[in-house]
Each structure stands twice: as C-alpha cells, then as structure tokens.
Write a protein that binds this ligand. Sequence first.
Ligand code: SAH
Length: 368
Amino acid sequence: MKLDLKSLTQDELSRLLIKQGHPTYRSAQVVQWTYERAAESFEAMSNLSLPLRQWLASEFDLWMVKGLREQHSTDTTEKFLWQLRDGQLVETVLIPATPGLSSSADRHTVCVSTQVGCAYGCKFCASGLHGFRRNLTAGEIVDQVLAIVRLGRTTGLRVGDAPVVADPKFRVQNIVVMGMGEPLANYDNLMKALKIINAPWGLNIGSRKITVSTCGLPAQIKKLATEPLQIRLAVSLHGTTDKVRDQIMPVNQAHPIGELVEACEYYAKTKGRMMTFEYVLIEGVNDDLNMADQLAAMARRLHAKVNLIPYNPMKDLRWQRPSMDRCYAFAARVKSRGVAATLRIEKGGDIAAACGQLRLQAERKPAE
Ligand code: SAH
C-alpha cells in the first residue's frame, strides 16, 4: 500500500525523506509542487532528481480523487462528483459567493465532504439515506480543494453554462466543511486536513476562512474548543426544542438539546468566538414564528449568528420548503430580536447541491 502524500504534513514528509538520505529542503520542494503548483504527477516535479521522483512515485499516491461528473448551475454553483481509489463517490461544491456566510471578499468558496455517506441520518438529508460507508482520509479531504484549484487554473471552471478562460491565479478563499458526512465524527482526519489546508506550505487558506459544520456532537464540540486552530464553528440546530429536533435529527436522541447547548456554551466561553446556528426552514416542522423567538433567545444567550436556509426539497422525501414569504417573515422575526440573521439565498438548487444528492443520483444511475 502506498502512502497518501496529502495526508502528510511537511514535517512528516521531511522525516521520511531524511530517512532516505535526502536533504530537508527536498520536502519544501515536494510540497511546493504539490500545493502551490498543483502538480499532476511526481514526474512533473522537474527540479527533483529522477531517482527521487521514481522513489516518490513508488511510495506515495499523489491524487486521491478522480473527476467523474460535473454539474453547472445557472446561478454559477458547480458541483463535482469524485471517485476515490476504492470506487466510492464523494461530492464537492464550488460556490462563487456565499451571502449567508460572511462578507465581501467571499468568492470561490469550496464545500468539502468528510465521509462517504453519513451515520447520523437526519431525516431531511440525502447524505445519510444509504447509511455510512467510511471516513475520508485527510488527503482525500485536502484533495477535493486542490482538484478544484487545478481545474480553475488549467481547464477553466464555468460560470453557469458558459466556460470561462482558465485563470492561472485561481484561488480558493473559503472552505466550508458542509458536504457529505459529519465532520466531527471523523475528527482526527478532519483536523489533519485542516492543518494542511491552512498551512503556509499547504493550501495557505486562513483559519478564519474555514467553517466546520456539525449536526451537534457535544464531546467533539468541546474538544474543538481546545484546538489552537481558529476555525469557525457552525451548528446545525434546525430546532430549539427536543420535540422538534427529535422529529428530524436522530442525533438528538443520543445528545439532547440541553447537552448540545452546554457544549456550545463551553465553546463560546473557551474560544471567545461567535458561532453560527444553521437552521433549515422546513414547512410545518420548525417554521412557526414562536420558534423564531426561541431561536433568537438561544442565539442571543450564546452570542451566535443565525443562518437560515430554506429547505431544498428532495424527490423521495416528504419535507417541504415554506413559502418565501414565510421564510422572510421568520428571518425578520429573528432579526427583530436583535440577532444577526441571514436568509441564505439558495445556490445550486437546480443541480442537486444539497448534501449527498448528486452521489445518490449517480449510484442509482451510474455514470458510464
Ligand atoms: N453533518 C454536518 C455537515 C453536513 S450538512 C451538519 O449536519 O452540519 C450541511 C448543512 O446542510 C446542514 O445544516 C444540513 O442540515 C443541511 N442540509 C442537508 N440537507 C439539506 C436540504 N435538503 N436542504 C437544505 N439544507 C440541507
């Protein structure tokens, strides 16, 4: 079995190279080719000696994801379906702007997956419909971002249906870990991947530009609070009572809302940072205006921002999106209570960009 190069930090790679009798600076050259230049192969690393390139190729895998399908949405969101070494499928979404997430220089957000499938089975979400298959390695998480960087620089990504000219300086500014899977259930690989994504020698994306979303695992939220990396936390709340959450999120039976709130309090206190509550608006489930009041009260207590997301309906599921009027009214009510709330303008609805939808389609009707 070869080692997955992008699961290694520069120090780890350096130690392996030194063991082979190579000077330390070789690791800097290898990571520069890998991350800054998004090299396609070890062969392309032309300032390394041929024997070193051959040794690297015999010991390491450079690319973990292979492009299988792309979907371009009219609103410029693009979705990529990748095949992994073992044939499993994962998705990555490229979003040119995310009005709901943060401010101005918000171009090129990449939404990455952390698992194949998901064990948490939120009732309204496509990712968990076929259960959990496996965790992604750190390299497979990193590679989703790098593959997009490489596409942007070489073949050019699209804007809607129009191909654009490749941009040699294409950069990803933001990472949201909101794709398939529960990131905090793949904690160690996630942290390793984020370290590589954040490192100046790696993808060099600022930690404050990285958001990790969780369905609410209290112990892992507390653990995250003690990490030195200053990433942002988003909690998929979707309900402010056990009654509502139990109905749509089975994780709430194991970790009821009181436990989640306590972990969020700990996080806010320890980190001193604002978190975001995500709240998917589902008709008749959590869109009552009383619930907007409860949500606002909870957000104020925890000093959290609120990101409201109108539900993206799925063919086989019974959940519906409330009318836009209702969504606006809900958002206005939360804001009227003094909470920073955004109603996320939908991206990618026409390309099945909600978690796990593209993979489900592909598994039902495999791409030739
Ligand atoms: N497991 C993590 C991250 C993945 S999901 C989490 O639960 O946060 C990212 C966000 O998309 C979550 O808030 C999730 O609840 C939401 N989501 C899933 N399916 C959706 C759909 N069909 N429409 C709108 N949001 C959805």
